[in-house]
Design a protein around this ligand. Structure first.
Ligand code: HSE
Length: 437
């Protein structure tokens, strides 16, 4: 049988890695797919030809639409990233009856509902394993491997750049900006690094995971997103002294009234495996009712780790080229007509424990006032630490850990605490998750 002809859009870090993996492992990949796979056409404005094996056998153009419109090409791999022209290219490929493999999390999180509907209508597949957690096969694990389970919650470190920054701040006390510059130099950061540090990239990925976990449409606009740029080195140290680490987590949780979808810095007990995922590595902890907790760990970014997921999708697509379109694995795990309208909860209804850091004046009665406000709001205190003031009557830091409570109650209490004369400045708060089921 003739090899399947593939058109590749983008010859950057992941595109180059994809060609290299396909070239190097061509024979084994063909044995797995049941057919040879050849990238015959590619589109790129500029690329480093010397880093790409077998590039001379690929027809390269700078016109991506020409590749998408080429009747010889059966599958399009979209590795350009961003919203436009990626969206137009993917929709055109689908309209042309081509299957699509993409690593574009922003595109899927924002436009996936429209793209999947178009693909469904045309009887083609859009595969996107590489969009979440790079080389970790988390989409496959959740969509297929955990299909028996009612997923209860998942929590993931799904942005390598942010995790690298937090790890370096904790281990080496390094400055935020300096570590970010290193992540950019290593090629992990997004083109716009605010996507990494402000949690947007993680929110794209969490939106996708949440839909697959709970069978709900993609709703990026309802995913709560908070970055790590406000994390102070002293909070990293206080967390440590309390037996916790600060991680930038994406959390999706099913509760009685709906679904929580939230990305924010989170304090995690240091004994948890997730707390020990360091550097640019990613990990996703998934709690299913039948299987219990399962943990997926690996490289969340980088050339060949991401190419590993792209090529795996390609093999899947080649295997199903002849399958009845009605009977393929559904894009969001649940059949398209079976997605539910479970509401995504606003943050004030979310339940979590909290770390609070206050600057207070060292005078009698302060602690009683604060404890009184928390008590009136129904907030139980789990631990208190007081840091010695420089001088008597000066300011000191007060650290409180609360038990689990509804966020709206904590925000109300924080507002009241901040209005006390003996409290100076804003109350710093970080959500705490014990991830123990
Ligand atoms: N900027 C992303 C990260 C790349 O740091 O994880 C992979 O999506």
């Amino acid at each position: 049988m003739q090899p399947v002809k593939v058109g590749l859009l983008g010859l950057g870090t992941v595109g180059g890695g994809t060609v290299n993996v396909l070239t190097r492992n061509a024979e084994e990949i063909a044995r797995r797919a049941g057919r040879g796979i050849r990238i015959t056409h590619a589109a790129a404005r500029e690329y480093n030809a010397s880093a790409i094996q077998g590039i001379e056998q690929i027809q390269v153009t700078d016109d991506a639409f020409a590749v998408v419109d080429n009747p010889e090409v059966e599958i399009i791999i979209e590795l350009i990233g961003g919203y436009s022209p990626a969206k137009e290219l993917v929709l055109r490929a689908i309209a042309n009856g081509k299957h699509v493999v993409t690593a574009n999390k922003a595109l899927i999180a924002l436009h996936g509902n429209e793209i999947f509907a178009a693909a469904q209508q045309q009887g083609v597949t859009v595969a996107f394993e590489a969009a979440v957690a790079g080389g970790i096969p988390i989409i496959k694990a959740m969509r297929e491997g955990l299909a028996a389970n009612r997923i209860q919650w998942l929590a993931g470190i799904i942005n390598g750049t942010g995790n690298f920054i937090l790890s370096e701040m904790r281990d080496k006390g390094r400055e935020f900006g300096e570590v970010l510059a290193e992540a950019q130099a290593l090629g992990y950061a997004e083109a716009d690094p605010t996507f990494d540090v402000e949690g947007i990239d993680a929110a794209h990925k969490l939106t996708i995971l949440g839909s697959i976990a709970f069978g709900i449409p993609l709703q990026f606009e309802r995913t709560y997103t908070e970055g790590i740029s406000n994390i102070e080195p002293e909070d990293v140290q206080y967390a440590e002294s309390l037996g916790y680490r600060i991680k930038h987590l994406g959390i999706a949780r099913r509760v009685a009234s709906g679904v929580e979808l939230r990305v924010h810095p989170t304090m995690v007990p240091e004994r948890r495996l997730l707390a020990n995922v360091n550097g640019v590595m990613n990990a996703v902890l998934v709690m299913g009712d039948a299987v219990g907790p399962t943990l997926y760990y690996g490289a969340g970014a980088g050339s060949e780790p991401t190419a590993s997921a792209v090529v795996a999708d390609l093999v899947d697509v080649v295997r199903v080229l002849t399958t009845d379109p009605e009977n393929r694995v559904p894009h969001l795990a649940f059949q398209p007509g079976e997605l539910s309208d479970l509401p995504i909860l606003p943050m004030k209804q979310v339940e979590s424990a909290y770390y609070l850091r206050l600057r207070v004046i060292d005078e009698p009665g302060v602690m009683a006032q604060i404890a009184g406000i928390l008590g009136e709001a129904g907030i139980s205190i789990e631990a208190i630490q007081q840091k010695e003031p420089q001088q008597r009557g000066g300011e000191l830091s007060l650290i409180l850990l609360t038990r689990r409570v509804i966020e709206g109650e904590v925000m109300g209490a924080i507002e009241r605490i901040e209005s006390l004369n003996s409290v100076t400045g804003k109350v710093v708060f970080i959500r705490v998750e014990h991830l123990d089921g």
